[in-house]
Design a protein around this ligand. Structure first.
Ligand code: ADP
Length: 535
C-alpha cells in the first residue's frame, strides 16, 4: 500500500517532501477530509501543531481554527488577509511556519501550480512556487522541526520535472486505487451503523467496484440513499461507468461481457487453450501457469473480440479495451501522459484482461523507432506488458489481421506467450455458428440441420454469417412470414443477397498460420504448412 512506502521513506529520513499522485482524492478530498488512515496513523500520532491545505483556487485553509491562530502568531499576523494570495506573496510566510513549528502542509493541484514544460516559459508565479517547493525539500531546518509537505497531483507527468531532479529531495509516491480487500474493509466501515439497502453482498459490492476510489464508492452509497434505491449490480455498474468515463475518456473502454464460450461456434482449439491455461489455473490459484500476453491473429470478423469477451466472462476477470488510435491521435505530449494514465487505469482493474484490437495500426514495424512520441509510448507499452509482477493478474491480449506488420520487439519471445490463429470457420463450425446466432437473437426457425447452409457459405466469416441471419430476419418480415420464421427458403434468399466480403482473407489466413508456433492450435488442414516451414 502507498502509505507504507511513504512511511518507510519518511522514517528513513530520506525526505520530508512528497508528491502523492494518481488516486489522490482518497488522501484528502475536496472538503479537506483527510483519509482515515493517514489521519489516525500519521497526523494524529505525530502531533503536528499546524495542518494546513493550500491550492490556488481555495487559498490557505486549516484543519482546526486554533491552527490558524497558531499560524498567525508565528507569522506575527503578517499573513492575515493573504489566504488567497499567490505563492509569491504567501509562500514566504508558509516557509516561516514550516521552519518554526511542526507543520503538515497539503498542496493540491500541484500540476496547475508548477506545470510541466520548459522553465523559461513559466510565469513568474510558477517560477516562484517552483523555487520554494524545491528549496523546502533541501531545508535541514524543516527536517529538524519535523514539518512535512505533501504535493498532490493526478498525473505525475503533468508536474514540472525540475522538482524530481536529484538536486532536490522531493519523493514521488504513487497512490494506488484500493485493492479488493481494502474495498471490502472500506465498505464494511461505510455501512457500519447505517441501514443502507443492498441487493448484493458486501463482497460483491467490493468486487464490482474495481477501479474505483474510496471516494467514488462513498458517492455510490450516498447516491443510493439520496435516490432511495438499493445498491444493486446495475446501480454500481451505471455509476462506475460514468466515473470511469470521466476519468479515462474514450481511451479506455470498460467491457461487461455477457457471452461465454458456449456462445461461440467452433474455435475448439483456441477455447481449450484458454480454458486449460487461464481459466483452470486461475481457479486453482496456480498463477505461474497463466500467460502474460496472447496475440490473436486472423482475418476480421472471425470472432477475436468475441473470444476475449468470453474469456473475461468465464474467468471472472474484468476486461478493458485500450483504443490506441485515440491515444495516438492526440497532441504530442498529451498522448504520452494519457497513455500512462490509461495503463494505470487498466491495471487498477486487476484481475484484468487488457485488450488492444488492431495492434498493428499502433505499433508497426520500423515506425515506432522513428518517431519520438510513438517511441516513448512503445517503450512504456513494452515495460507494461513485460512486468512479471502482473502475472496472473493482468493478461494482455492483442488482436491483429496483419501480424507481419508488427514491430519485432513486440513479437519477441516472452511478451506474447502464445500466438493463437483465429481463422475462418470450417463447414461444421459454420453450421454451429448459424444455430448459436439465431438463438442469440431469439429468432424463430424451423430449420434443424444447418449443414446445407454451411455448404453455401464457404469462406464466410462468423460476422458475415451474422449479417446473413439479420438479413434473413428482414426478409421474413418483408415477406410477412408468420412469427418472422427463418425458414429454409428465407435463409437461402438471405445467403444469395449477402456475399462474403472480398477482404484479403486468404492472405490474412496465411499470415496467421505463419505466425503460429504451436501445431495444436492449427486446424488439421494447415498442420503441414507448419511442418514444411523452413524447408
Ligand atoms: P474480430 O474481432 O475477429 O474482427 P468479432 O469478434 O468482432 O471479430 O466478430 C464480430 C461478430 O461476429 C461477433 O460479435 C459475433 O456476433 C459474430 N461471430 C464471429 N465469429 C463467431 C463465432 N465463431 N461464433 C459466434 N459468433 C461469431
Amino acid at each position: 500500500m502507498w502509505y507504507d512506502r511513504f512511511l518507510n521513506i519518511y522514517k528513513a529520513g530520506i525526505s520530508h517532501e512528497f508528491i502523492l499522485y494518481f488516486n489522490i482524492r482518497d488522501v484528502v478530498d475536496n472538503f479537506r477530509f483527510i483519509d482515515r488512515y493517514i489521519y489516525e496513523e500519521f497526523i494524529k500520532q505525530r502531533n503536528f501543531s499546524i495542518v494546513a491545505f493550500y491550492d490556488i483556487s481555495k487559498g490557505l485553509t486549516f484543519l482546526e481554527p486554533e491552527m490558524e491562530r497558531e499560524f498567525n502568531k508565528i507569522t506575527s499576523n503578517a499573513a492575515e488577509g493573504l489566504a488567497y494570495a499567490m505563492p509569491s506573496k504567501l509562500f514566504h510566510y508558509i516557509d516561516v511556519a514550516l521552519k518554526s513549528t511542526k507543520m503538515a502542509l497539503f498542496i493540491d493541484h500541484a500540476e496547475k501550480m508548477i506545470p510541466s514544460g520548459d522553465v523559461a516559459s513559466m510565469s513568474t508565479e510558477e517560477r516562484m512556487a517552483l523555487i520554494w517547493i524545491c528549496e523546502w525539500s533541501n531545508s535541514p531546518k524543516i527536517s529538524s522541526v519535523g514539518s512535512t509537505i505533501f504535493l498532490k497531483a493526478n498525473n505525475l507527468a503533468e508536474i514540472n520535472n525540475e522538482v524530481l531532479r536529484s538536486a532536490y529531495r522531493v519523493e514521488p509516491v504513487f497512490v494506488e486505487l484500493p485493492t479488493e480487500q481494502e474495498r471490502v474493509g472500506y465498505i464494511q466501515h461505510l455501512l457500519k451503523d447505517e441501514s443502507v439497502k443492498m441487493d448484493i453482498t458486501i463482497n460483491d459490492f467490493a468486487k464490482l467496484s474495481s477501479g474505483l476510489s474510496k471516494k467514488a464508492i462513498k458517492d455510490i452509497k450516498l447516491k443510493s440513499e439520496a435516490e432511495d434505491v438499493p445498491i444493486s449490480f446495475e446501480f454500481i455498474k451505471d455509476k462506475k461507468h460514468s466515473v470511469l468515463k470521466k476519468e479515462y475518456g474514450d481511451v479506455l473502454e470498460f467491457i461487461y461481457p455477457e457471452l461465454g464460450f458456449d456462445d461461440i461456434g467452433g474455435m475448439e482449439r483456441a477455447k481449450n487453450y484458454l480454458l486449460n491455461n487461464i481459466v483452470e489455473p486461475v481457479r486453482k490459484g496456480d498463477l505461474r501457469r497463466v500467460p502474460m500476453g496472447i496475440l490473436l491473429c486472423g482475418p476480421s470478423g472471425t470472432g477475436k473480440t468475441l473470444l476475449v469477451n468470453a474469456l473475461a466472462k468465464t474467468s471472472g476477470f474484468n476486461c478493458v479495451k485500450i483504443d490506441m488510435s485515440r491515444i495516438l491521435g492526440q497532441y504530442v505530449g498529451e498522448s504520452e501522459k494519457n497513455f500512462k494514465k490509461c495503463l494505470l487505469g487498466a491495471q487498477s482493474q486487476e484481475p484484468v484482461i487488457v485488450f488492444v484490437d488492431e495492434i498493428d495500426t499502433a505499433f508497426r514495424r520500423g515506425e515506432s523507432g522513428d518517431n519520438g512520441v510513438s517511441r516513448n509510448i512503445f517503450n512504456e507499452f513494452l515495460q507494461f506488458t513485460s512486468n512479471t509482477n502482473n502475472r496472473g493478474k493482468v493478461i494482455f491480449i492483442a488482436a491483429t489481421n496483419r501480424p507481419d506488420l508488427l514491430d519485432a520487439a513486440l513479437k519477441r519471445a516472452g511478451r506474447f506467450d502464445k500466438k493463437i490463429p483465429v481463422l475462418l470457420p470450417e463447414e461444421n463450425e459454420r453450421a454451429e455458428i448459424f444455430k448459436i446466432l439465431i438463438e442469440k437473437y431469439g429468432f424463430e426457425t424451423d430449420v434443424e440441420d444447418f449443414f446445407p447452409f454451411s455448404k453455401e457459405t464457404l469462406n464466410y466469416t462468423g460476422a458475415e454469417i451474422e449479417t446473413v441471419i439479420r438479413k434473413a430476419y428482414e426478409i421474413a418480415n418483408e415477406d410477412n412470414i408468420e412469427k418472422n420464421m427463418l425458414t429454409e427458403d428465407v435463409l437461402k434468399k438471405a445467403i444469395n443477397r449477402c456475399r462474403p466480403s472480398t477482404q484479403q482473407v486468404e492472405f490474412m489466413t496465411m499470415l496467421a498460420i505463419k505466425e503460429c508456433d504451436d501445431k495444436d492450435l492449427l486446424p488439421e488442414k494447415y498442420k503441414d504448412v507448419l511442418d514444411n516451414r523452413g524447408n
